[in-house]
Design a protein around this ligand. Structure first.
Ligand code: IVH
Length: 686
């Protein structure tokens, strides 16, 4: 290595340390020292240096938080110690009994409870080895769970390296915590899903679980998850390297090691104190930045915990008091259907108004035809209604009620907004008249004009809905025929703003193809898919001429998606609108990329053991790009195992199943033989 590169390496190291320090100040301490621009400048410098010196990129560099290569499947791993559940109930009585048990068992020792909000997310085990985050595993069945390290690494508040502190972290540290999606982020995520024509998550917990348990870390990075650490897994608290006597010390140490620990916390030595904190949490519940479903009381004294031990299901030294569910009983007065922006037709129950957790509810979601049939909800029924956080109330179930019942609900055959015949897609009912149905049009205009679409300033919800109501716009191409006079007549417009919007509309007629494709709001076509399609087909006309098989040959587009895109483009009224758009909008030429060769199609590869010539992530990404599959576990479907030094059980299994096994060298040679440039695999430095 020359002196030049060692200078670079030192600078890179320094930048990484500075960024880790500022991440902690910002995400954990809530006390940033530098502004966003200064932070971005550090990050940009690091990115630039790593770009110029790819051999110095490390998986733990903060540049990698944005997410690495997608995985083929999640592996499973055992926990350092079993991850138990909690004993819990609603109401004070059961807790009083728990408290009495504690006092009987501990006698003169007395009890002191650590009181913490019960976060409504998902439990996770974080393993730090030699101070580095090496593994994050979901709770799974309590003994083993799914390895989700790459997704957990995207959480900005989580240190990849523990800070040095007075109490030295043990060489193997397993921390338990809760991953959750703060409410604001949850709203953003759902908004983006809806904009992309996808189903939103029902609640923040599902969103967090769905984000952690999927294969693409860059998707996780786009959803700002958070985490609070709240315990050590038991094995470590007893070890000599972690000489803790109380939970309070444990929390302090977790914090000193740089882990995010919830500041909302209290102590109590009597049951009454526990209830006081519970009431306080209940009052705060709706103003907190995240969802909680109760409180957890844990004995502070770790020796007392060991004395009490655990059942197979839960520790005997902790208890959760849960909030009563936000459920109420009401009656369905009528069932109507509403048409959403994407054409989804949803049955909605109009209810006798009922107060649930302080909010009056008079409408509740019945989701879709299958759901309504399964629950068998009819007009006049008495039902249980649930409000989960800020989410739309839902009809949970029908309650047996005396008297004659109404007739079963039937989905209408025609759209209540535009009278088109409705179509059934699996459990969902949709209005196929995407571009002209008034119920869909306002939202479609907003989406068309959005930042990632044609990016037309001054065309938001308020303007779009007036254009639709006044019948100035009956379909998207009408936008380009509006005159300044038409616009000036709208509420909130004057001569100048009307001229500006008119000009913005005319300028938008020359645009980039990915923007046009995104703006059309084709089901399942978000910004990324729009990019792919644009690069593959080069023009709207070519895309429309493609058959489903050609669509499916594009990167990341499966058969279901291909069929749905094709159907959308060829729905007769949609096709007429697209004809008009093709005449009015011109897209900039784009270089069409031919299909990448797929020499590994049909091959399923497992990498195991320690690899020296390349990283597993690089190799897996390359296999996928070449049309093969890279998976974590050996099965009958595996066709090739690449084994490094000290490969263990997977290698044995491969031998049992008589699957071909090669070493790294042979794998690289095989790739070279089929014409793959293997420089990419070894980072160009082999
Ligand atoms: S302690 C063995 N503390 O609640 C005791 N759990 O319903 C370990 N949870 O699976 C759990 N907030 O995912 C603990 N402050 C908190 C918690 C918490 C949420 C979750 C945890 C557990 C579930 C049980």
């Amino acid at each position: 290595m020359t002196d030049g590169t060692s200078d670079v390496a030192a600078r890179i190291d320094s930048l990484r340390q500075q960024i880790a320090y500022h991440d902690h100040r910002y995400h954990v301490l809530d006390a940033p020292e530098i502004d966003d621009d200064t932070y971005d400048a550090l990050m940009n410098e690091l990115r630039a240096l790593e770009g110029a010196h790819p051999e110095l990129v490390r998986p733990e560099s903060p540049t990698q938080r944005v997410g690495g290569a997608p995985l083929a499947e999640l592996e499973t791993a055992g926990h350092v110690a079993p991850m138990l559940s909690l004993d819990s109930s609603v109401g004070e009585e059961a807790f009083r009994q728990f408290d009495a048990r504690m006092r009987r068992a501990l006698g003169d020792r007395g009890v002191r409870y650590s009181l913490e909000p019960k976060l409504d997310g998902l439990s996770i085990e974080l393993v730090y080895e030699g101070g580095r985050l090496t593994r994050a595993v979901t709770r799974g069945d309590g003994r083993q769970g799914e390895v989700v390290t790459a997704n957990v690494r995207t959480i900005g508040s989580l240190p990849w390296r523990l800070h040095r502190a007075e109490v030295e972290a043990p060489p193997l540290l397993a921390v338990r915590g809760e991953v959750f999606l703060p409410l604001e982020a949850f709203d953003d995520v759902n908004e983006r899903l809806l904009a992309d024509g996808k189903a939103p998550f029902a609640n923040p917990r599902n969103a967090a679980a769905g984000t952690i348990r999927q294969l693409d870390p860059s998707l996780a990075a786009s959803r700002p998850l958070a985490i609070y650490a709240y315990d050590l897994l038991e094995a470590d608290t007893t070890g000599p390297a972690a000489p803790f006597t109380s939970h309070g010390e444990v929390l302090a140490a977790l914090r000193d090691w740089g882990l995010p620990v919830n500041r909302d916390h209290a102590w109590a030595t009597e049951a009454e104190g526990v209830f006081t904190y519970f009431d306080e949490l209940a009052r705060q519940r709706d103003t907190l930045a995240y969802e909680i479903d109760g409180l957890v009381a844990k004995l502070d004294d770790l020796a007392a915990r060991r004395l009490l031990g655990s059942t197979a299901h839960h520790p005997r030294w902790a208890y959760a008091i849960k909030f009563p569910p936000r459920k109420e009983v009401s009656q369905v007065l009528r069932i109507v259907v509403s048409v959403g922006r994407t054409g989804a037709v949803t049955p909605v129950a109009l209810l006798r108004p009922v107060s649930i957790g302080g909010v009056t509810v008079s409408r509740a979601n019945l989701h879709n035809r299958e759901d309504i049939e399964r629950k068998d909800i009819r007009e006049g029924d008495v039902v249980r209604v649930e409000r989960a956080g800020d989410v739309i109330p839902q009809v949970v179930e029908r309650i047996e009620s005396p008297g004659e019942r109404g007739v079963p609900f039937r989905m209408p055959a025609y759209c209540p907004s535009c009278e088109s015949p409705l179509e059934q897609r699996g459990p969902f009912t949709v209005c196929p008249n995407a571009f002209e149905c008034p119920a869909q049009l306002t939202g479609r205009i907003v989406h068309f004009a959005s930042r990632r679409g044609l990016d037309i300033d001054g065309l938001g919800e308020r303007t779009a809905s007036q254009l639709v109501e006044r019948r100035l716009v009956r379909q998207l191409p009408d936008l380009f025929e509006l005159t300044p006079g038409d616009l000036e007549a709208l509420d909130g417009f004057a001569a100048l703003s009307a001229r500006n919007l008119h000009q913005a509309l005319q300028e938008a007629r020359r645009t980039e193809l990915p923007r046009l494709l995104y703006g059309l709001g084709i089901p399942e076509v978000g910004a990324a898919v729009a990019q792919t399609l644009a690069r593959r087909f080069g023009s709207l006309a070519a895309l429309r001429a493609a058959d489903p098989a050609a669509l499916e040959a594009s990167d990341g587009i499966g058969s279901v998606m291909a069929a749905s895109i094709h159907a959308f483009l060829h729905e007769p009224r949609n096709a007429a609108v697209l004809d008009a758009l093709e005449r009015m909008v011109e897209t900039e030429p784009i270089e069409v990329v031919e299909d990448a060769p797929q020499p590994l199609a049909g091959t399923t590869v497992v990498f195991t053991g320690s690899l020296e010539r390349f990283t597993r992530e690089h190799a897996q990404a390359l296999v996928q790009r070449l049309g093969g599959k890279a998976v974590g576990n050996v099965s009958k479907r595996t066709t090739l195992v690449v084994a490094g030094a000290d490969a263990g059980s997977k290698l044995r299994r491969a031998r049992e199943l008589e699957i071909e096994v090669v070493d790294e060298e042979a794998f690289v040679q095989h790739l070279a033989a089929i014409g793959v440039d293997t420089d990419e695999l070894t980072g160009g430095s082999a």
